[in-house]
Design a protein around this ligand. Structure first.
Ligand code: F6P
Length: 460
């Protein structure tokens, strides 16, 4: 017996998104959003842009960053100075350079409008200093003419420690200086660049335009000022910005140890660990004894196999059990093997193979559904310090796709083997990933610095 695809039968009134991430409910207007960064150099604008882009893409909004510095560097006539290797290039008195910078911004804006108007994207992030009222007025006009909704994010920072760490960790490695000078010289030049920008900096004020929608992020999120937020995307952006932090920490992710259903090749269910699975749980407890991660919080799914995997961790680690971390619900296919599904429901197997991310098991879930239920988990992970998540294959694929910044089309194929622990360490523009694989025979962990790859075959 076969049953119709859930795409044909599902009449559930759930909000879902079209291919650009807009709600398909007809009463919601589809106005693309431009998010405009504002602030002096080394205030974390690119950090925010990249991080926000990753988050919005993960939640289903097609989003792209347009970095004006990159446009400047690709100028056909670019000499070293135009590449930005000399602070004098950014002086408000340098008329020639100003022309080059304005042209670079113009090219970025045109590309941004093409991206949004062609329907290829829903959100564009305009990453530049945009420190003058005049530049912002130009952007607002441009957005009006192209019927784009405009939201400003101004990063204001006067904490010398934050600025110094940004310049030292990120800016001295900028392509502006690559191969041209030492780190010390680059730092000195960058500090002079900041001084040049200060001469022309006009922070956003409500009086500039009463209707302006903006958020000011003060000292990397110590406080905020929010004004005239409009629509779903902007309110999501504000919520996200209010939850992220810069403190160093690590996030550990692991599947539960092997369960009885795993050993039989059956999907889902709530079976306990096998002997191998128990060995993994013991080794995991020992790993965290040796690693002694400060104030580690443990988040577990509500399935027996996950709770058993966390049972040898120290009691003071206080495991918390989240329903949201339970495995993807395979609906009518729960408890079956992939071969059973192929035999009993061949159309379901074909539909899933055709679009694994959107496919929803009848009476169950899709990967897209799991991503939506994981949003509070991601937000809480952003807020926390060191966390260990003990969960399941599909759920961890969703979480990893966020931290690895992988496209949603690849998400269901990230290879997450049993008895492996992933350590993620967020850096300015990416996340370091270390994989510890347990050898069950020897009890040794094999350590590799890499991202988990995609599966060779979709059903691994
Ligand atoms: O097989 C283990 C398992 O966690 C199942 O419970 C779940 O349905 C499946 O993996 C998810 O992987 P895939 O989406 O590749 O079928």
């Amino acid at each position: 017996m076969d049953i119709p695809s859930p795409l044909e039968t599902t009449k559930r009134k759930v909000a879902h998104s079209d291919q650009h991430g807009f709600s398909v409910f007809p009463d919601q207007v589809r106005v693309p959003n431009v998010i405009v960064m504002v602030g002096l150099p080394a205030r974390g604008k690119t950090y925010i842009s990249k991080k926000l882009c990753r988050y919005l893409k993960w939640t289903g909004f097609k989003t792209k960053v347009f970095n004006v510095g990159e446009y400047r560097r690709t100028d056909a006539n670019a000499a070293d100075a135009i590449h930005g290797a000399n602070a004098s290039f950014f002086s408000p008195d340098n008329a020639d350079a100003l022309k080059v910078r304005t042209e670079a911004a113009g090219r970025a804006m045109e590309d941004m409008a093409d991206y949004l108007n062609s329907g290829a994207g829903a959100v564009a992030i305009f990453d530049a200093t945009n420190t003058t009222k005049f530049r912002r007025k130009t952007i607002i006009e441009f957005c009006k003419n192209n019927t784009l909704r405009c939201f400003f994010i101004e990063s204001v920072c006067d904490d010398p420690a934050i600025i110094d760490s940004n310049v030292t960790d990120v800016k001295v490695n900028s392509p502006d200086y690559k191969g041209l000078m030492s780190a010390e010289q680059a730092k000195e030049d960058f500090m002079n660049r900041i001084e040049n920008y200060k001469k022309q900096y006009e922070p956003i004020e409500e009086s500039e335009d009463e209707k302006l929608s903006f958020i000011k992020v003060i000292n990397a999120g110590r406080s905020f000022k929010v004004h005239q937020v409009q629509g779903h995307v902007q309110s999501r952006v504000v919520y996200f910005l209010m939850n992220i932090h810069l403190l160093p920490r690590s996030i550990f992710l692991t599947r539960h140890g092997e369960s009885e259903y795993n050993a039989m090749g059956r999907l889902g269910g709530d079976s306990p660990l096998t002997e191998d699975g128990r060995k993994y749980a013991v080794a995991l407890g020992e790993f965290f004894e040796e690693e002694s991660v400060q104030n580690l919080r443990v988040w577990c799914s509500q399935k027996v196999r996950a709770a058993q995997t966390a049972q040898y961790l120290r009691p003071e680690m206080h495991a918390e059990y989240w329903k949201a971390l339970d495995e993807l619900d395979a609906g009518i296919c729960e408890g079956l093997t992939y071969e059973d599904i192929q035999q009993r429901y061949p159309k379901q197997a074909d539909d899933r193979a055709a679009d694994k991310y959107h496919y929803r098991y009848p009476s169950g879930e899709s990967y897209e559904d799991v991503v939506s239920r994981l949003e509070p988990v991601i937000m809480e992970l952003e807020r926390q310090a060191n966390v260990l998540v003990v969960s399941h294959q599909a759920v961890l694929r969703c979480i990893l796709a966020y931290f690895y910044d992988r496209p949603l089309s690849e998400l269901p194929f990230i290879d997450i083997p049993l008895h492996s622990l992933v350590k993620l360490t967020p850096r300015a523009y990416h996340c370091d990933s270390t994989i510890y694989k347990l050898d069950l025979e020897t009890g040794e962990w094999d350590e590799t610095s890499a991202q988990l790859p995609l599966c060779d075959s979709p059903r691994d």
